[in-house]
Design a protein around this ligand. Sequence first.
Ligand SMILES: [Zn+2]
Length: 173
Amino acid sequence: MTCNGIEIEVIRKAVRRVSIKVSAGGKVQLNVPWQTPLSVAEAFVRDKADWIMVNYLKFKDKKPHTLQPVSREQAVELVDFLNQSVRHWLQVMGEKKPVQCHLRNMKTMWGNCRAQTRNIAFSLQLAHKSNAFREYIVVHELCHLRVQNHGADFQALMDQYLPDWRERRKEGK
Ligand SMILES: [Zn+2]
């Protein structure tokens, strides 16, 4: 099946209703219950065409990185580094309000920041990255407290605080 030229993989499954998901690389999967006619699934896709396009564009350039095992010691070391780095950079950036940090095993993202609640999630996979790269992720997520996209304003902030961020970023590709 396709939708606006986007390939959609239809998977027949023992599920209760039709659902769709887009994953890294722009892979679109439509889960369809065994007893549901294909015409119903097609109508569902037509209904969701805008959503599919938006999410396809969002995910198509994201490469899934394989989740490598992280030992307890590595996780502890990572948490220590992130705590120190976040504290340091909050101070440098003059951010007075604290942030809540979490560690999560994420496949496509190194970090994620919800500015409204000041919640930041870091990927457990950072355990396998250099401190220079981790610091880039910390500053990146903290900059999202002020700018929620990756536009010119965001890049100007990054340039101000971490002038070599483009170089550091390469390690994550
Ligand atoms: Zn970002």
